[in-house]
Write a protein that binds this ligand. Structure first.
Ligand code: ADP
Ligand code: MG
Length: 693
């Protein structure tokens, strides 16, 4: 019983039952327990008197249980209420818990109790609903739980706050001397960081706000530092690889530029130059192209493709949906047909029949097909290329890191261009996509008119329908978008069907109405999209398959139903489907937001039109883990560090990692041994870095 990896079972009061509960929280060892940081703190050096409470604010109150009670609601079956009256010398307040009948057994008249929560006025009395609480045991009036700044953990039923606190205290007392600091001494010194032991003690049991802040800074730094190691390592290793030296500015490239029906925006030109330069270097390009929806990324990608094609290389262009693959295929094929008779372009999606697919595979591996546009089908194992020179991935946020990494492996260090329409602040992308070079298109083509966004409740549907009819009468087209949420998929699709029928037979019976969703057989979906594109459909009912990439300039209005079900970036992506021609466009969100978050999203989509601002707000609303997707970037490793509010610290950590790995890429020097040990627990394959993180 003397190592940090020891199980918790050696502690008093931790039996098999508790072990199970801890496991639920992800705590198996002493070390896990140390790194189980408080969710928040309560300053219990001071309690508020009940008489001084203001309605609507949150307080910590200490008092005595005066009475307990409970009831079942007669209005809703199975609905129960537990109620406790608590008083101090200045007044009384009621605590109520809904649907947690088991709580009742805990409360006894005369107990000292601490309550924490937001105070409301309910039928003339002060009340806190579902407060956090702690019953104070008079026998061992406990210095960990009162008269100080007290840590509050995310616990679960069966593990009380007092128990957690006591256990962590005991563990710290016994084991803190066993901790080994993964951060090398020099680095700590340069950034005035606490050592690990001190920071762990302070994060759990801070003496004051200052020591809490210092511990938080040190532990955040550690998280950023560990998280940056694989990112930076990949960046450094990139320069060791030898890739393809493409010759920029060949015949087809010049012809394509000349044949475009528009001139490139200044931003597009700049980015094309960056790509040209990058592709003609000897190490492989790894470039992220961020550009507002509708800024014209596709043509930039096509120009990049042509640079590779000019030199006789193959290009793989991967997109997340079949509809988008088809659209890119048709457009790009037509564009190239005008300027070259030699380039063969092919579409590869998973619904192509086996026989036909085998034929396509053959012609790809023989090199006959040079430009291959498709979906995930491109990363099928059995598909091989003859001479893959460039990989393009559109709408990268729809792919996981692992999926993205597979395609380039089909070539010999090909160049890689990744495109996204959710731009994020530069400091942040530098660290999160730290191994990629970044290009930004921050400008829309000139003749675009701004899109008018407006938001309504469902009671305004009649007026919206009339507005839509007016648009359709002018031979312009309209999208209606319905949400499809994974868990309710079937019902949602049924709902879309019902809306479609109702539109077709009633609401818009004088117009042509179509339906498209992700579960349709793809030839049926293709046909609908083609009809819509040709103007044979006036009003298209769709699910969020539209979210990515679709480009039909004559569609100038989009109505999003139940908009509260969509994420903010998703709404912005949807909005990007319109406003693509020179006509005024209308984005109408119909919603009944219930949560604060949903209200914030609806407000933001109404007020903000700039993609960077939208992404920033979305990041704030959802937090980085959700925003970037759980599977990506190892951001989930960040438990307390927040890249949005601690950008400076993140940058410092990153700079230190760069210096460190330049000097000691395998972390074999003596002062880095503790760090190596720690890294191995997080990234076991270090210093090899294949796909993970
Ligand atoms: P996104 O960046 O969202 O992928 P697209 O590449 O789909 O945008 O481009 C949107 C529309 O803008 C397309 O119809 C495209 O032909 C057009 N477009 C692209 N570049 C320009 C430009 N420089 N001037 C005018 N229209 C352009
Ligand atoms: Mg696009």
């Amino acid at each position: 019983m003397n190592s940090l990896s020891d199980s918790l079972q050696y502690f008093k009061g931790v039996g098999p039952k508790k072990i199970k509960l801890f496991k639920k929280l992800g705590i198996l060892s002493i070390e896990d327990l140390f790194y189980y940081f408080p969710r928040r703190y309560e300053d219990r050096s001071n309690f508020v008197n009940i008489s001084q409470i203001e309605i609507g604010k949150s307080y910590t109150i200490k008092g005595q249980v005066l009475a307990t009670g409970g009831r079942r609601s007669w209005r809703r079956r199975g609905f129960s209420i537990v109620e406790v009256a608590v008083g101090d010398k200045s007044g009384r307040i009621f605590a109520v818990w809904f649907n947690q009948p088991y709580l009742k057994q805990y409360f006894k008249v005369g107990q000292d109790i601490i309550l924490y929560g937001k105070v409301e006025l309910y039928k003339d009395r002060l009340q806190i609903s579902n407060p956090e609480f702690e019953i104070l045991d008079n026998k061992d009036s406990d210095s960990l739980s009162t008269g100080r700044i007290v840590p509050i953990y995310s616990a679960c039923e069966g593990l009380t706050q007092r128990f957690m606190r006591q256990l962590i205290k005991n563990a710290l007392d016994k084991y803190i001397s066993k901790t080994r600091d993964p951060l090398p001494y020099d680095i700590r010194k340069r950034h005035s960081l606490l050592n690990l032991a001190q920071s762990l003690i302070n994060i759990h049991f801070p003496k004051d706000d200052g020591s809490k802040t210092e511990a938080y800074r040190r532990l955040s730094f550690e998280e950023f530092f560990l998280f940056q190691i694989p990112v930076v390592l990949r960046k450094l290793k990139k320069k060791e690889k030898r890739g393809i030296i493409h010759k920029a500015g060949g015949v087809i490239f010049s012809k394509l530029i000349k044949s475009l029906p528009f001139s490139l925006t200044a931003a597009q030109e700049r980015v094309v130059d960056e790509i040209k330069t990058d592709m003609s270097r000897e190490y492989p390009m790894q470039r992220l192209l961020q550009g507002e929806v509708g800024s014209g990324k596709t043509v930039v990608a096509t120009l990049a493709a042509v640079i590779a094609l000019d030199g006789g290389y193959q290009v793989a262009f991967m997109v997340p949906t079949e509809i988008l693959a088809k659209q890119h295929f048709v457009n790009i094929k037509n564009q190239l047909a005008k300027i070259s008779t030699t380039i063969e372009t092919v579409l590869l999606t998973s619904d192509i029949k086996k026989k036909e697919k085998e034929g396509i595979y053959k012609k790809i591996s023989s090199g006959q097909f040079q430009l291959i546009i498709g979906t995930h089908a491109l990363i099928q194992e059995s598909l091989t290329f003859k001479k893959l020179g460039l990989v393009i991935i559109d709408e990268q946020h729809k792919f996981g890191v692992a999926q993205r990494a597979l395609l380039p492996k089909k070539g010999n260090n090909p160049d890689v261009l990744i495109m996204t329409a959710t731009p994020i602040p530069r400091t942040l992308s530098m660290t999160i996509y730290g191994d990629l070079d970044i290009s930004v298109i921050d400008e829309l083509p000139k003749e675009r008119l701004p899109i008018k966004t407006s938001s309504y409740g469902r009671d305004k549907m009649g007026e919206i329908y009339e507005f839509v009819r007016n648009i359709a009468r002018q031979k312009r087209q309209v999208y209606f978008v319905c949400p499809v949420i994974e868990e309710f998929q079937e019902e949602d699709l049924k709902a879309a069907e019902i809306i479609f029928k109702e539109f077709k037979n009633e609401t818009f019976k004088d117009f042509k109405v179509g339906l498209v969703h992700g579960q349709m057989p793809s030839d049926a979906a293709d046909k609908v999209m083609q009809d819509f594109k040709n103007g044979d459909i006036d009003i298209l009912v769709a699910t969020s398959v539209l979210e990515v990439g679709i480009d039909i300039p004559n569609a100038i209005c989009m109505v999003v139903l139940q908009a509260e079900c969509f994420g903010l970036s998703q709404l912005h992506q949807l909005r990007g489907r319109i406003g693509r021609g020179q006509f005024e466009s209308f984005f109408i969100v119909v919603s009944e937001p219930k949560t604060d978050e949903a209200k914030r999203r609806i407000k933001a989509i109404e007020e903000l039109s700039n993609g960077f601002k939208i992404a920033e707000e979305d990041l704030k609303i959802r937090g980085p883990g959700e925003f970037f997707g759980k599977r990506q970037h190892g951001l989930t490793a960040l438990k307390i560090a927040n890249p949005l509010t601690q950008m400076r610290l993140l940058k410092n950590a990153r700079d230190e990692v760069i210096t460190l790995l330049r000097n000691d890429p395998n972390l074999s020097q003596r002062q880095n041994l503790q760090l190596l040990a720690k890294i191995k627990t997080v990234f076991p394959q270090f210093p090899r870095l294949d796909i993970t993180a």
